[in-house]
Write a protein that binds this ligand. Structure first.
Ligand code: NAP
Length: 239
């Protein structure tokens, strides 16, 4: 019989909006102490940090450890999309997207690992993207960064499995958040959000809570035999 996980300290990056916010609310409902990291934090346990800046992350984590104790659950949801023809993409634009989506994940994992190693228990959940399954035109920088997040997930799962730490990724499909609505408004989705419903096998747009349910499971005690997995939550649409 596996005991239920409760009362751990969780950090969710990008927790002020969309998917990150839903994950933070779900982990809190699961009984965890939850702090969020974001550029524009919200709520009492929202901490300000740019995930591309290690010093800011370390400072925020020091406050979180003081308030809530060692961090043994980390969900990396902070991210930024990008749309540009590859031939016109500057290296600076490439770097900005890789920096947030990949390097931000690197920094946050490295910054919380000492707590997990000390506890001999940890759960890391990385939010990548369903665009990693089949690619996405005009999003080379984003797809490359998110594909690297999937690779990082698999490599770290092998390295830290023996230490009691699992590492899994969720590549979401089309999820109704400010990021997706913003892309639709800029005419970058090839139609409206609703137009995508007909192309999705379960015939609805994804909700942040759909991603939160999977993240909650990966963060649980019961998921301890699952690591290095990339779980598409996309209504059956691997694009
Ligand atoms: P969202 O509503 O825009 O939320 C992302 C959050 O991350 C925002 O609060 C944003 O802050 C924050 N953030 C951005 N850059 C940051 C940085 N450098 N440091 C700290 N926080 C930062 O987007 P979402 O749709 O929930 O996306 C969450 C994750 O899911 C992202 O990794 C995204 O790539 C991934 N995803 C989303 C979809 C989808 O359909 N929505 C599909 C596939 C993957 P600001 O708003 O202040 O910039």
């Amino acid at each position: 019989m596996i005991a239920k996980t409760a009362g751990r300290t969780a950090v969710v990056t990008g927790g002020a909006s969309g998917i990150g916010r839903a994950i933070a609310e779900r982990l809190s409902a699961d009984g965890h102490r939850v702090a969020t990291l974001d550029l524009h934090p919200s709520g009492e346990s929202g901490y300000k940090a740019d995930v591309t800046d290690r010093a800011q992350i370390d400072e925020a984590l020091a406050g979180i450890r003081r308030e809530f104790g060692p961090v043994t659950i980390l969900v990396n949801a902070a991210g930024r999309d990008g749309f540009k023809r590859f031939a016109k993409l500057s290296f600076e634009e490439w770097e900005q997207i890789v920096d947030v989506n990949l390097h931000g994940t690197f920094h946050c994992i490295q910054a919380v690992l000492p707590d997990m190693l000390e506890a001999g228990w940890g759960r890391i959940v990385n939010i990548s993207s369903s665009s990693t399954h089949s690619g996405q035109p005009f999003m080379a920088h984003y797809v490359a960064a998110k594909s690297a997040v999937n690779g990082l997930t698999k490599a770290l799962a092998l390295e830290f499995g023996p230490k009691g730490i699992t590492v899994n990724a969720i590549p979401p499909g089309f999820v109704d958040t400010p990021m997706l609505r913003g892309a639709a408004e800029r005419g970058l989705l090839g139609g409206t959000v609703e137009d995508h419903i007909g192309r999705t096998p379960v015939r609805r747009v994804g909700l942040p809570e759909d991603i939160a349910a999977a993240a909650s499971f990966f963060a649980s005690e019961e998921a301890g035999y699952i690591t290095g997995q990339i779980l598409g939550v996309n209504g059956g649409r691997n694009t």
